[in-house]
Structure formats: C-alpha cells, structure tokens
Design a protein around this ligand. Structure first.
Ligand code: BGC
Length: 549
C-alpha cells in the first residue's frame, strides 16, 4: 500500500514509498491505550457522583439536597462546589502537567512521556480506590490528571509521526476510539458496581482505573520511539533504521531527507514557545487554541460527565440514569468507527461540517424539549415516552460529535504543526482542551441552575460558530505528509497572508502597486527622480514594519 502525499517542490504530488506494517499497527494500538486512561476518567466520575453511598460518605449535603421532594427546582439540585471540584480537579492538573510534559516529550522522547504518565496515573488510581476522605479523593484525582496530561501530550504526536500519511487519520483516531472505549467501560462498571450491596461499589469503580494505567505503563516499555523524535535527539542512524522498519522498506530516502530537514530546522530554534508566537506560525497557533476550545464548547462533556446526573434531573430513576449513560457511551464508541472508515477518504472538513450541523439540530431540539416540560421553574414529571425522545436526541448529538469534533479535535492539531514547534503547540492544544474541560465541568451545574434549558441553546449557538469557522478557515489536511503540511497555509485564501509564498505574493503585489502609485505621484507632483526614490523607499519601510515579523 503506497502512502500518498502532498505536492512536491514542482507542485506534483509527492509520494513516500512504504506501507502499513504490523509493527506500526501494534505500536499504535499500545500507544492509543493512553486514550483509555483519559476515557475511563471522563466516564467514571459522573456515575460515581450519582451513587448514594459515595455521596453520603464524601458529600452528605449534596445527598440531603438530592433526597428533597420533587417540587424543588430540578435544575439546581446537584449544584455543589466540592462535587464539581472532585470532577474538575483532574483537568486542572492535566492542564499544568502537559506544559512540563512538552519538555519531556522533546528532550526524552514520546515513549518516556507515556511511561511516566502511566506510572503517575497508577498511583492516583490506587489512592482513589482506597480513599477515606475528600483530601485523598482530590489528591488521587490530581495524580490521575498529571497522568492524563502526559499521555494526551505525547500520544497524538506519537501516532501522527508513526503513521504513513495515507492512513494517518485512521491510526490517529485509534486514540479517540480508546477514549470512547474507556468511557463506555467506565459507564458499564458504574452500572454494575452501583448494585454492590455494602456500599463499596464506588471503590471498585475508582480503583479499576489502575487497569488502563498498567496497560499503558507496561505497553510503553516495549514501544519504539518515532524516527522524528530520534532525529530531534541526534540519533540519525537509529532514526533511519527505525523509519525503514516502520515503513517496511529500505527505500525511505525522500521521507528520511524531509525528516532530517525538519529536524535541522528544529535544532536552529532555541525556544519553541517564542517561535510559536512568530507571525509565520499564526495559522498553527490559532488552530492549536481554537480547535480544542471549540471541541469543548460543543458541550460534549456535559453529557459525558453528568449524563447520569442529567438523567436524574429530568426524572429518571437511579438505575435508568446509569443505563442511559451506558447507551450514550455505546453510541459514542460505535459512531467513532464511522470516522475511522471515512476520514482518509472524505477528508476532515466534510466530517466536521456534517457533524457540526447535526449537533446544532440536536441541541436546539433538546433545549426545546426540556423547555416545554420544565419551563423556567424546573419542576416536572416526564412520561416514559418523553424521556426516550430526550435520550434519542442526546444520542443524535453524541454520534455527530463522535465522528467529527471528537476524533478530529485531536487529529487535526497533531498533524498541522511543523517539527520545530510540534511539542510546544501540542501542549497548547492539551492546555486549552483541559482548560475548557475544567471550565465546563466546573460551571455546568451552576449554568444549568441559572440558564436552565437555555444552556442547550447556548451550546447550539457555539456549534453554529464552530461550523462557520471550519467552513472558512480550516484547510483540508487529508493525505498530506506531516512534514509537508506547511504548504496548505500558503494556498489558503486567508492564512496565505501570514506564511511564505502567500506573504511574498502579498508583498510583490503591494510593492508593484506602490511602484505604479509612485510613478503616478511623481508625474502629478513632478517630484525630482531622487525624491521619488526616497519617498518610495520610505513607504516600503513603513509597509514592511506593518506586514513582516
Ligand atoms: C474529548 C473529551 C470527550 C470525549 C468524548 C474527546 O475527544 O477531548 O473531552 O469527553 O472526546 O468521547
């Protein structure tokens, strides 16, 4: 299977020889288990915080409020600061740790970062399972967060660097697939542990996070590092041999040369963070901030964290709530396969646009359904059939996310950064993803209490914005080799003004216009020739100051 590529220097499509090898497949399978630990965390906290035995032990005031009669405002009954802190502390820790992880990823390689992340996560899982007070719970969550920060920083990069261009989308999405598997497992485990009499079911739920942690830790001991990362650390021979091994051919010359060129460019850079702020990297910087931010503003984690709480809010019983969370988890996982099957054929844009429109429709219908029943008072008893329609709507929303913004929110950023800024930029992605995950986890219950059904319209409006953003500003990245990606910005109607060819074109066009203008001025004002030259130079300097780095 040949891997297709972008255009070569003469504009012709560039091909790197090579195929998808078993070696790459296995390496990616192990690496994407990093997604498992992330997914397990996302799914587990919602179910645990809806378990009575967990609430009575750690958050008795929330439990008391929950048990109040149905006439209380349903929108507000789970609004509790310590409860949200339990869910969201993990994401704050992940945010901070991913900044450190970027240095480790660059200096010690992707593999070491994953190994470290797995170990720290393991300690967090043990602490959580054994917790006897809120402090142990929160410290455990923080350690889990550090593990997630490490793995989310390194795994998407690892996958994109290992994969041949033609299958990069599919392989990278295995990370997202594992996230959804983790969420589904967590939901299923909550469903069963809730039934454990004796009140220690939540310990099993939290402690079982150790399983994905062990898979990732042990797996990453055996993982090979990527050729890109080896080169960046000066191991040329090893990098070439590794590239030959993962591509399944000795004929890796052109790809190796491109990797070397990218690596040389990287070495010339002392501070990747400062470099990322340079004008020529503006498109990448904007994408690294906006893609994860917008991914979170879809409101997906309202469903993922709080589905059982949300279902209880609209009147489901405890078991039905956990069951519904299992259903949404299943839809989330199955729909990810749609993305895997189509992303390298249809491309990224089509999936994002279709998914965006479907999410908008689902959110507005959901908001309307809840508004009709609960109004602003938040008091209602809903029928079984009405509840089923609500769950269906949530499934339509979740499936759209699962084949669009879910996987692509990680894939697209990981493939658009040139090597010299890749680690730093990926950290920006993780930081913004975690920051907005944290914010949503932290304020959702408060927002639900105040915005009521309007919350769903708020997320719907965000989805309109992100769909328009994709339409106008996101170029297609399908099939383009990762070290060739820079060209897409130069060819884009908007981003071209910031980068190489496009910027030169703007300069050339503008300087030609200036020359014409100067000639005209000269003839109108009858400047002597020297004055005309002086005036035009001055204008060019002013122009350069405003348009160049
Ligand atoms: C997001 C998570 C989300 C998950 C749902 C991921 O891509 O980053 O925040 O919970 O998808 O499957």
């Amino acid at each position: 299977m040949e891997s297709a590529g972008a255009k070569g220097g003469d504009g012709a499509p560039k091909h790197y020889p090579g195929k998808m090898t078993v070696f790459v497949f296995l390496a990616c399978l192990v690496a994407s288990s990093g997604g498992l630990i992330f997914g397990y965390d996302i799914g587990i906290s919602g179910g645990v915080t809806s378990m009575d035995t967990f609430l009575t032990k750690f958050f008795p005031s929330v439990y008391a409020k929950e048990k109040e009669v149905v006439e209380t405002n349903q929108y507000c009954k789970f609004d509790s600061e310590p409860l949200t802190l339990f869910t969201s502390s993990l994401y704050l820790a992940a945010l901070i740790s991913s900044l450190f992880a970027s240095v480790i990823t660059r200096k010690c390689g992707r593999k070491m970062t994953m190994l470290g992340g797995g170990l720290i996560f393991l300690i967090g899982a043990i602490l959580n399972g054994a917790a006897t007070n809120v402090a142990m719970l929160i410290i455990g969550r923080i350690l889990l967060g550090i593990g997630v920060g490490f793995s989310n920083q390194a795994v998407p990069l690892y996958l994109s660097e290992m994969a041949p261009a033609k299958m990069r989308g599919m392989l990278n999405i295995s990370f997202q697939l594992m996230i959804t598997v983790g969420i589904l497992f967590a939901n299923l485990i909550n469903y069963f542990t809730d039934k454990i009499s004796g009140g220690w079911g939540w310990r099993v739920s939290l402690g079982l996070a150790a399983v994905p942690a062990v898979i990732m830790t042990v797996g990453s001991v055996f993982l090979p590092d990527t050729p890109n990362s080896l080169l960046a650390r000066g191991k040329e021979e090893e990098a070439r041999a590794r590239l030959q091994r993962i591509r399944g051919t000795n004929d890796v010359g052109p790809e190796y040369d491109d990797l070397v060129a990218a690596s040389e460019a990287t070495k010339a850079i002392e501070n990747p963070w400062k470099t990322l702020l340079e004008r020529r990297y503006r498109p990448q910087l904007v994408m690294s901030v906006l893609i994860p931010t917008l991914q979170q503003l879809t409101g997906i984690n309202v469903v993922m964290f709080y589905a059982p709480v949300l279902f209880k809010t609209i009147g489901f019983g405890a078991t039905a709530s956990l069951m519904s969370a299992v259903i949404t988890g299943l839809v989330n996982m199955v729909a990810t396969f749609v993305s895997i099957a189509t992303v390298d054929r249809l491309g990224r844009r089509k999936l994002l646009l279709q998914g965006g429109v479907q999410m908008i429709i689902a959110q507005f219908v959901l908001g309307t359904l809840i508004a009709i029943k609960f109004g602003t008072a938040g008091v209602a008893n809903i029928s079984r059939s009405y509840a089923i329609v609500v769950v269906l709507c949530i499934c339509v929303f979740v499936s759209a996310f699962a084949w669009s913004w879910g996987p692509l929110g990680w894939l697209v950023p990981s493939e658009i950064f040139p090597l010299e800024i890749r680690s730093a930029a990926q950290s920006v992605v993780v930081v913004f993803n975690m920051a907005f995950t944290f914010i949503i986890a932290q304020i959702f219950l408060v927002m639900l209490c105040h915005l009521k059904f309007g919350l769903f319209f708020f997320f719907g409006a965000m989805e309109v914005i992100m769909t328009v953003f994709v339409y106008f500003f996101l170029p297609e990245t399908k099939g383009i080799p990762i070290e060739e990606m820079e060209r897409i910005w130069g060819e884009h109607w908007y981003w071209s003004r910031f980068v190489g060819a496009g910027r030169n074109r703007v300069m050339q066009m503008t300087s030609t216009n200036f020359q014409v203008l100067i000639l005209k001025m000269n003839s109108i004002l009858s400047f002597p020739f020297e004055v005309g030259v002086w005036w035009s130079c001055k204008q060019m300097i002013i122009f350069s100051l405003f348009h160049l780095d």
